[in-house]
Each structure stands twice: as C-alpha cells, then as structure tokens.
Write a protein that binds this ligand. Structure first.
Ligand SMILES: [Zn+2]
Ligand SMILES: [Zn+2]
Length: 146
C-alpha cells in the first residue's frame, strides 16, 4: 500500500506514514467533538515512530479523559487543524486523524470500532460492521482483536 500523506488546512504541517494501522477508530467523546467542532473523529492507530511530521506543531494537554490520564493533541499553530493525538492511554502510539489525509486516505481506512458512543450525536447512526462501545473497549481487548 502506498504511504499515506496529509496536511493541515493551511499546509504548514505535512504528515506521512508508511505502515498498516492497528485499527481505525471513530471516537464520539465530547473532547473530540469540541476539538474538531464536529460530531466525531476518525483516527488510525499507528506506532508513533512511524509518523513523520514536517512542520511545527503545538500541543494541547487535556486531562478531561475517561481514564484520567493526560491526552495530547498535536495541532497546527497557524490554522488550528488537529493532526494527531498521543497519550498515556497508549504510550508510543499515535492516533492520526484521517480527515487530514489526502487522496483516498479518508476512504482507505474503514473504521471497525466506535468508542465513547454514550456521547454520540443522537441523529447519527452507527456505521455498519463496527463494534460499538459506550466508553472505551475493555482493557483486555487489544486492537488486534477488533
Ligand atoms: Zn495549518
Ligand atoms: Zn475522543
């Protein structure tokens, strides 16, 4: 598969990765809703060291997580686009927002799991074929199981 490439809205930050994601996740949490000003985020989970970032990013640290562990949102300081998230929820991993990917990137990675469905927009149906969790998946369930 060709490497995935994307950028923020203004183009100051570009990202690429050349790896198969562990899983593609829709998150309906209220933090994702606020940070994207949309109903949910869709992210691929990859190894952080597989993500190449070209350009300066700023980091917002949020403690408003279900786990109580901090999460970090990495965004473009010029246009504010959120490019990827990291967190103590999964050290060494990055959750890359597929909405920033170019070409077929947004379509290529089909979500298999939806999390934090307890705050999902009421008018929004779950996607066909996804496993839906009201909060997070059980800790025993690794991305490989999903
Ligand atoms: Zn930008
Ligand atoms: Zn979220």
């Amino acid at each position: 598969m060709a490497p995935a490439a994307g950028s923020c809205s203004c183009g100051a930050v570009k990202i690429t990765f050349d790896t198969t994601p562990e899983v593609t996740v829709i998150c309906h949490c209220t933090q994702c809703q606020k940070m994207t000003s949309g109903p949910f985020t869709t992210s691929v989970i990859i190894e952080l060291d597989k993500l190449k970032v070209d350009g300066e990013t700023k980091t917002y640290t949020s403690m408003k997580t279900g786990s109580g562990l901090p999460s970090y949102s990495h965004f473009c300081p010029v246009c504010g686009t959120m490019l990827y998230g990291t967190g103590d929820w999964s050290p060494g991993k990055a959750a890359v927002r597929t909405g920033v990917l170019d070409g077929d990137g947004l379509s290529r990675y089909v979500p298999s799991v939806e999390i934090n469905a307890e705050s999902k927009a009421k008018w929004l149906a779950s996607q066909e074929g996804t496993m839906v969790f009201q909060k997070k998946p059980p800790a025993a369930l690794t991305p490989r199981d999903i």
